[in-house]
Design a protein around this ligand. Structure first.
Ligand code: PEP
Ligand code: MG
Length: 328
């Protein structure tokens, strides 16, 4: 694997028509950071902070969180790292964080998880906010909130960070040089309210894993449904296109950080929708960078426009043929 990574490490993700695309990688543990230089990714577009919680037998104390975040930023050097606040609850349960009623949930994916937990147990979010702000002293901090469904959830989460920032200021600590806030778009309801949220955020990352399960009402962990819905369905693609268009005119970096972006045809489709930033699993970084180099983005955009206006029988087959004809 290292040899494959190395061969593609220095490939620049620039399209045939000269447009720069940003290919970042997803990570969650210290050890993942070695992949950054091995793959030549443009940064970490999704650092899943809950991994530290999931591999720990007890709630990681704030100092341990700070140490991890600092190590991760040190390892990334000049490249940006987007830290997603904890996405626990639902199927990612922690033995040391019990539900108030001690009951399991019937629909954990749609249940008490992610920001919903963090806002209610705000001690958790306060500690994480402080850890991130301290770890980012003197640098730029990128914070992303998961499972935001309503703009007020973003406001509340950001207020927790503002509170911790005020405290650190008062303590005369070194603060981050800049803080950029963003959200994951994985709950369809948020897509209908983007105009309300857009002025407050710097970036938005489409989490296609959860978004797909919520759009199709299909549990992402149920193997019986795994083959049923295609990422290349007009439903997903039109949805993403609308999000991209609705944010046009706002100064917001849009990326896709779900598994979809790491697959050849899916990545092509996303490029055709105007997405220019992907964050994907490290093993896909090299191959996707290579594909980008072979695509004329204006051409795929025009083709996608036609396919979404009048969807062919099977968009996957159509796109696959289109790509093969062009040696992509
Ligand atoms: C997603 O939902 O697409 C995502 C990237 O987050 P996770 O897979 O951690 O839920
Ligand atoms: Mg998700």
């Amino acid at each position: 694997r290292q040899a494959v990574y190395a061969a593609l490490r220095d490939v620049k993700p620039v399209s045939r028509d000269g447009q720069r695309v940003y290919v970042k990688m997803n990570a969650g543990l210290r050890d993942d950071m070695a992949n950054l230089s091995l793959t030549g990714a443009d940064g970490i577009g999704l650092f899943r902070t809950e991994f530290q919680f999931l591999v720990s037998a007890t709630l990681p104390q704030r100092e341990r969180q700070t140490r991890l975040y600092r190590d991760v930023m040190d390892a990334a050097g000049d490249k940006p790292v987007v830290f997603r606040t904890v996405d626990i609850g639902g199927d990612k349960t922690l033995p040391y964080l019990r539900h108030d009623d001690g009951e399991g949930e019937e629909n954990p994916a749609m249940g008490w998880r992610a920001l919903r937990v963090a806002l209610e147990r705000d001690g958790l979010l306060k500690a994480q906010a402080r850890a991130l702000l301290e770890a980012a002293a003197g640098r730029t901090l990128h914070v992303m909130f998961p499972m935001v469904a309503e703009p007020w959830e973003f406001d509340e989460a950001k207020a927790v960070f503002d509170g911790q920032l005020a405290y650190l200021k008062q303590q005369k600590k070194i603060l981050p040089e800049a803080i950029r806030y963003g959200v994951m778009l994985e709950v369809p309801a948020l897509a209908e309210q983007l105009d309300l949220l857009a002025p407050k955020i710097s970036f938005l990352s489409i989490g296609t894993n959860d978004l797909t399960q919520f759009l199709f009402a299909a549990d992402r962990s149920n193997p019986k449904l795994a083959e049923r819905y295609d990422w290349l369905s007009p439903a997903i693609l039109r949805f993403i296109r609308r999000v991209v268009r609705n944010l046009d005119g706002f100064n917001i970096d849009i990326s896709v950080c779900g598994e979809m972006g790491g697959r050849r045809l899916e990545a092509l489709a996303l490029l055709g929708l105007g997405v220019r930033r992907l964050s994907i699993t490290p093993a896909s970084v090299g191959p996707i960078k290579e594909i980008i180099g072979r695509v004329d983005l204006r051409e795929i955009e025009a083709a996608m426009e036609g396919w979404l206006a009048a969807p062919p029988e099977n968009l996957r087959t159509t796109l696959s043929e289109w790509a093969s004809e062009r040696d992509i």
